[in-house]
Design a protein around this ligand. Structure first.
Ligand SMILES: C[S@@+](CC[C@H](N)C(=O)[O-])C[C@H]1O[C@@H](n2cnc3c(N)ncnc32)[C@H](O)[C@@H]1O
Length: 217
């Protein structure tokens, strides 16, 4: 059973960062693994297309369970580096020992600038939760070296609202979405809105205007 202090710390963190899932929840690692199983294949495809290769410097923001960070660490070896950040880094630290090219950084994207000079930066399903999404994008762009690439994958949860699943399931999902929207800064349409936001940062800069499916690079 988690301590009172741990629960209070998580509530305080939520009020500041916007993120709602409790890291101390018994099933959190399982939930993150579900995301990885559903999304990693597509993410890896995007990252390879965007030039992941040995020797480059990568930043994985809000790395969660760490599967993409570990995969990147293999791709950039032996001379590259991957820095994996998260609010809570224990899942990442467990895995980092196996990957000499992987560094773990406890970091809050809402509060602090990032380290810099990266060839490639990736975030997935992170910015949608944050109170100031443009500031988060700004911080990511500022951490790129000139010519570097940002891949920010954000969902548009519209599929939940329009799913052909049973109406009972749809009602439950819609109620859950509405509850989230009322209680935290999530934007359930962020995947659809991220591209114009990125363009506002660097008008005319193709680095942030290329669409690849649900993601923006
Ligand atoms: C929905 S999970 C996605 C995890 C991983 N990116 C993936 O797609 O498998 C969001 C992750 O972002 C992290 N996160 C949330 N707010 C953050 C912040 N302000 N700074 C850094 N990481 C954050 C969470 O701790 C969590 O690991």
């Amino acid at each position: 059973m988690r301590s009172f202090v741990a629960r209070q710390r998580e509530r305080l963190l939520l009020s500041v960062t916007g993120y709602v899932y409790e890291h101390g929840w018994d099933e959190e690692r399982v939930r993150l693994r579900g995301l990885e199983l559903a999304l990693d294949a597509g993410t890896r495809e995007h990252l390879l297309r965007l030039g992941v290769r040995p020797g480059i410097r990568c930043l994985e923001i809000g790395a969660g369970g760490g599967a993409i960070a570990c995969w990147l660490a293999e791709q950039v070896a032996p001379d590259g580096i991957v820095v994996a950040t998260d609010l809570e880094t224990d899942f990442l630290e467990l895995r980092a020992a196996e990957y000499p090219t992987l560094q773990v950084l406890r970091h809050d994207l809402t509060a602090e600038d990032l380290p810099g000079d990266f060839d490639l930066i990736h975030a997935r399903y992170v910015v949608e939760w944050l109170p100031n999404k443009l500031l988060a994008l700004r911080r990511m762009v500022a951490a790129l070296r000139p010519g570097g690439v940002l891949l920010d994958e954000e969902p548009d949860w519209v599929t939940i609202f329009e799913t052909p699943e049973s109406s009972a399931l749809r009602h439950v999902m819609i109620a859950a979405m509405r509850y989230l929207e009322a209680t935290c800064p999530i934007d359930t349409r962020h995947g659809d809105r991220v591209r114009p936001g990125a363009r506002r940062l660097h008008p005319g800069d193709r680095r942030h205007a290329r669409s690849c499916g649900g993601a923006v690079a």
